[in-house]
Write a new protein. Structure first.
Length: 273
């Protein structure tokens, strides 16, 4: 039995299938962890969702910002962007079933020495606290009337965590940290505008995983979201967004021995970020 973690898919279904073949993935024995951003920008998001919905317990995934965006657009709480490729999902005969399935997915997952989140964790969040906070969002998202709560979800503020936050502000900070954050200050103030390389991080900020004495640093965090960072592996971090949809690679890592597997982008490539 092996556990393979794969970076941001973003609708790259053909590349995904090639990567599964390369690692000889066996759903009867192996586990597949997906770091989120399953849909959007790439050409085959509908095929991906249908495949994953049928995959059952062999797949564990967390939601990314593009997955949240799809749910918001479907609920009429956000507008589709010009470079979105989610309309085939919205128009599909099984759209309601797929979107319901997507709403049941996790925001954060921890098992043994590893934890998985799409973007990152704020410095003060332990693994146990991150699990509890993610469950608050997951519970709200799974409600039949989730639109009422999520109607005020979008926004960049508050941009820091406070245990006293309640309601939409509380959920917004949790979601923004776990699905959008790349950098923050040592005190945990988030910057959502930055998307560049480590060398270009503005003064006063650090990569979220580089904050000294981060509460979650004893656990290896598996994440995606930061395509400019690319494949980035160290003792307590595995970052896997190697920019497949931008013409890069789709990356998997086998947790048991940290062997890396990659396959190039297949089909449509986005030229500009």
């Amino acid at each position: 039995m092996a556990t393979y973690v794969i970076g941001d898919l973003q609708g790259c279904y053909s590349s995904f299938q090639q990567l599964l073949e390369r690692v000889c993935f066996n759903p009867q024995q192996d586990k597949l962890w997906l770091v989120g951003d399953i849909v959007n920008r790439g050409p085959e998001s509908l095929s991906l969702l249908r495949f994953l919905k049928q995959a059952g317990n062999a797949v564990i995934m967390v939601l990314g910002n593009h997955d949240i965006h799809l749910l918001m657009v479907a609920a009429g709480l956000a507008k589709s962007h010009s470079n979105d490729t989610i309309q085939p999902i919205l128009d599909a005969r099984d759209s309601d079933e797929l979107l319901y399935w997507l709403r049941q997915q996790r925001l954060f997952y921890a098992e043994g020495d590893y934890a998985m989140v799409h973007a990152g964790l704020l410095p003060d969040w332990s693994i146990a606290q991150a699990e509890q906070l993610a469950q608050e969002v997951e519970t709200a998202l799974r409600q039949d009337d989730y639109q009422k709560i999520f109607s005020q979800l979008y926004g960049n503020e508050p941009d820091y965590w406070c245990d006293d936050w309640v309601g939409c502000e509380r959920l917004r900070v949790i979601i923004n940290a776990m699905t959008r954050m790349r950098i923050c200050s040592p005190a945990g103030k988030m910057n959502f505008a930055f998307k560049g390389n480590l060398a270009d991080i503005p003064t006063g900020y650090l990569p979220w995983f580089g904050v000294p004495k981060r509460a979650s640093q004893a656990t290896t965090i598996v994440c995606g979201h930061w395509s400019a960072l690319g494949l980035y592996v160290r003792d307590n971090l595995i970052a896997l967004d190697s920019g497949c949809v931008w013409g890069g690679q789709l990356t998997a890592i086998r947790l048991e021995d940290r062997k890396v597997f990659q396959t190039p982008c297949v089909g449509q490539v986005i030229k500009a970020r």
